[in-house]
Design a protein around this ligand. Structure first.
Ligand code: CO
Ligand code: CO
Length: 319
């Protein structure tokens, strides 16, 4: 079983039909129609510490929680914090630093923190429930990639490997500062550009890894993703750690789970593990028509063209 995403389960259970439910469980966030021009977009995500610095953990976790709103083309408005915390193990200032970090990310997003809930928990957990708004006609869905589209990724991959190395004492926070900087970067600008470039499909890369989330975009479609391995941006040091065997268990689980949808003859397992590495606060993965590539270029957004969409049967071809 991959990372817990209750949306997936709700999807299987088939939520009762309601016309106001524009996007039912199963996408990055749910979308609920308020009126002709406005829909609510809602999501929740909670993670355990992946860096030692509590302030940075708060920043990363909040950025990660906000990401699903952006992945739907939405604008975050309000947040509620969810905090699992052992008062025996941590001082109050740790609690405050995590919240301070989260507030910083929330402020950057333009949203407000309205409240939250904390509870005793042996392992620290922190995240946000976020509500945003989106124009109903401009919701970015997971599905919709068409033959000829280009596949765009807006952050490098490898945060799972790097934070595993950090936990194992193989590197310190300074050594992975580039990845931390990206994990603290909101997907706001990426979403704005995806919308203005008329993205045909969009998701964010999180726990299922690049290949897992690409698979989700392809489910029940008649297209394939052709991904060029050398075009996928990977954080410095990731390959070396993978070669040393420092790979999060989630990467193996993701790869096993999605293997049957992937054709990668001649691609070594290390590379497939990197492409399956579970990401925290990863980038947006979206598809656009070739005629709109100039909008990306003109926007100045840092992003990578990692492949193309072709007619097919929902598979990923890597070369
Ligand atoms: Co998502
Ligand atoms: Co999510």
């Amino acid at each position: 079983m991959g990372p817990a995403d209750l949306s997936e389960l709700l999807h299987v259970l088939e939520a009762p039909e309601d016309k106001r439910m524009l996007v039912p469980p199963g996408d990055d966030a749910g979308v609920f129609l308020l009126n002709e021009d406005t829909a609510l977009v809602e999501t929740v995500d909670v993670i355990t510490p992946l860096v030692n610095d509590p302030y940075l953990f708060g920043r990363i976790s909040a950025t990660n929680s906000l990401s699903d709103i952006y992945a739907m083309g939405g604008t975050p408005l309000t947040c509620l914090a969810i905090f699992g915390f052992s008062s025996c193990d941590y001082e109050m200032d740790v609690f405050e630093l995590v919240l301070k970090g989260a507030m910083e990310s929330i402020a950057l997003s333009g949203a407000c923190l309205l409240g939250g809930h904390s509870f005793e928990d042996r392992e620290m957990k922190f995240g946000l429930s976020v509500t945003g708004i989106v124009r109903p006609q401009r919701v970015l869905r997971k599905e919709g990639a068409a033959p000829g589209d280009h596949i765009i990724l807006t952050k490098p991959v490898g945060t799972g490997v790097l934070t595993t190395a950090l936990k194992g004492g193989k590197v310190d926070e300074d050594g992975i500062s580039e990845a931390i900087k990206w994990m603290c970067t909101l997907n706001a600008e990426a979403a704005r550009v995806a919308l203005s470039a008329h993205a045909t499909a969009c998701t964010d890369v999180t726990g299922f890894g690049l290949l897992g989330h690409a698979c989700n975009m392809l489910r029940d479609t008649e297209v394939d993703f052709h991904i060029r391995l050398e075009s996928v941006p990977v954080f410095e040091g990731v390959r070396e750690f993978v070669e040393m065997g420092i790979v999060p268990e989630g990467a193996y689980n993701n790869l096993n789970f999605h293997k049957s949808y992937i054709d990668a003859p001649g691609v070594e397992e290390e590379s497939l593990l990197i492409l399956s590495d579970p990401q925290t606060s990863g980038g947006l993965l979206f598809t656009i028509k070739p005629g709109n590539l100039h909008i990306l270029k003109e926007s100045g957004l840092t992003c990578w063209r990692i492949g193309e969409v072709r007619q097919g049967s929902g598979r990923i071809i890597i070369d």
